[in-house]
Ligand binder design. Structure first.
Ligand code: BJW
Length: 233
């Protein structure tokens, strides 16, 4: 590989699968257990807030039962030891990158451990259930929702992500099916900027053909191996 100065990494549910967190689209995944339009759209939330708040309360609680895996830890090692610029963008709402040791993580689809107030629009760190309608810690209104990005909503920090994609030398996509935009389009943005592109996934993703290189297998094996290559020169 030529010398790399700027890397953008995108992760998805596959990076947390081996920690015991359900992916969305695999057999038995979250979208087989729940209708996406009921639990991951603003319209679903308006129709049945108890169902949606309960769904995210359950997933927040499940975080207490899991731990980061070797893929999360390898990406933290990259953050600590890589001398170039690196942006870690995750679609995941879990906190396993942070628990694996990463300190700079861009959660483009929000976070389970954050609440968004629909009255004052402020975001607050959040660890408790929401189904019993606790007040917003800032404005005291009982109008909290999970601070996650549902279909039809704008993901967080898109300008920063597109700016990094426009100047990166390497874009790496890890554990994501490439089924959800705008994240699924990042590979094409990076290619248009002349970057190398690499997919690390259990199986070819929907957008696999857009990547110059693909490696298929478990994230807990592929990611430490790739990080070793980058840090080893
Ligand atoms: C392993 C592994 C192991 C397993 N090791 N690998 C028509 C065309 C194009 C776009 C649209 C369209 N109609 C509507 C849209 C837009 C829409 C969209 O993309 N819809 C698609 C269904 C087509 N997108 C939106 O609405 C987004 N907003 C938007 O577009 O705003 C406008 C905009 C315009 C221009 C610029 C910017 C914005 C918002 C999308 C929000 C997605 N929200 C969710 C829920 C978040 C909260 C929650 O967690 O509940 O985000 S949906 C869900 O999917 C979640 C995930 O982050 C996201 C992606 O899933 P991911 O991570 O890829 O998981 P899986 O399960 O799909 O795949 C896992 C992969 O891992 C698999 O490939 C496995 O093989 C692999 N794997 N084990 C390695 N051990």
């Amino acid at each position: 590989m030529t010398e790399l100065k700027r890397i953008v990494i995108l992760t998805g549910a596959g990076v947390s699968a081996e920690s015991g967190i359900d992916t969305f689209r695999s057999a038995g995944g979250l979208w087989e257990q729940h209708k996406v339009e009921d639990v991951a759209t603003p319209e679903g939330f308006a129709r049945d807030p108890d169902l949606v708040l309960g769904f995210y309360d359950m997933r927040r609680e499940a975080l207490t039962q899991v731990e980061a895996n070797d893929a999360h830890r390898a990406l933290a090692r990259l953050e600590a030891e890589y001398s170039g610029e690196r942006l870690l963008v995750t679609q995941n709402v879990d906190d396993l990158h942070e628990r694996g040791g990463s300190t700079q993580v861009l959660h483009m689809h929000g976070e389970l451990k954050s609440a968004l107030c629909t009255s004052c629009e402020m975001r607050s760190a959040w660890d408790a259930p929401m189904v019993d309608r606790p007040p917003c810690p800032i404005c005291r209104a009982s109008t909290l929702r999970p601070d996650v990005v549902w279909f039809g909503e704008m993901p967080y920090q898109m300008e920063r992500i597109y700016a990094a994609l426009a100047t990166c030398d390497l874009f790496v996509s890890i554990g994501t099916s490439g089924a959800v935009y705008p994240a699924a389009g990042f590979v094409q943005e990076a290619r248009a900027a002349g970057a190398q592109t690499l997919e690390l996934n259990l199986e070819p993703s929907e957008g696999s053909h857009h990547f110059a290189q693909s490696r298929h297998g478990l994230a807990s094996e592929l990611v430490p191996e790739w990080v070793g290559e980058i840090l080893g020169g």
